[in-house]
Design a protein around this ligand. Sequence first.
Ligand code: ADP
Ligand code: F6P
Length: 324
Amino acid sequence: MAKEIKTIGVLTSGGDAPGMNAAIRAVVRKSIDNGLKVKGIKKGYQGLLNEEIIDMEARSVSDIIQRGGTILGTARCMDFMTEEGQQRGYEICKKHGIDGLVVIGGDGSYRGAQALSRHGINTIGIPGTIDLDIACTDYTIGFDTAVNTAMQAIDKVRDTSSSHERCSIIEVMGRNAGYIALWCGVATGGDDILLPEKYDYNEQQIINNIIANRKKGKTHHLIINAEGIGHSTSMARRVEAATGIETRATILGYMQRGGSPTCKDRYYASIMGSYAADILFEGKTNRVVGYKHGEFTDFDIEEALQMQKDIPPYQYEISKALAI
Ligand code: ADP
Ligand code: F6P
């Protein structure tokens, strides 16, 4: 028989992402709707180990759905990677009466959730990362806002690039994944889109493209470079030396992680937060919420972590075909 849950905790962990607040709001309100008590754990697993735990009411999450970041704060916590840290985390949960936990974060955060589940705390993960690099889901909270923010910034760089007939290398986030670069590259008409999963480090090919495009009369050349490849500034120096065309690097950085979430991020985060609250209420544990083939669903955490994800080959081909 499923364990009866009376009090749940919610925390955000790893890098923050726009829409996390909408997910927290949904977890809190849906759990209250289900008749449970809710506690907010501040600063991820670090806050759990420091017992930074607060009571949450429906009103605690008022006026946050439109705000970027996470009202609970987030952190990376090395202590929680150890068996001793996880045991302490379990004991602190018990002390505060927390028998279920929703963890909003990425793959690393699910490992922590898995450890607590092994100790007997029912845990559910929600995918929260701008990188879209979680294999069990086609959507992660924050990606939509991040690509829209980056797209708008790239459009602006494109204007000045065209005016000065320059080449621009614009570096977007994504850790080792190229989804932000792929989407922004296609959406801004990037001439070269460099993805860590695909790039062969053939810089001469890029140089040839720039020269060929200039001959065709293109006034600018836009290279969207993923963080996982990096080195945009030195690449710009080499490209300029080889082509004789002024080349500038712009690294968009943390602006991509902030700002008011898009409607999509608010909506999906609200559904995922509610879904997590409901399956926790039903007594499920060691699960992660996903969005696959147009449906919200859930997977065993281990199964989810074993799944592989790659840049969809057709979408990658299109990104190159449209750049001619
Ligand atoms: P993300 O959740 O975005 O992938 P990280 O990989 O930085 O971000 O993980 C966030 C936090 O999750 C870590 O700082 C740590 O506290 C916890 N965590 C990561 N890996 C493990 C692990 N193997 N076991 C327990 N906790 C982990
Ligand atoms: O995972 C989100 C992300 O913004 C990545 O795109 C980036 O590589 C990383 O976090 C940066 O992390 P930090 O906040 O530790 O600098």
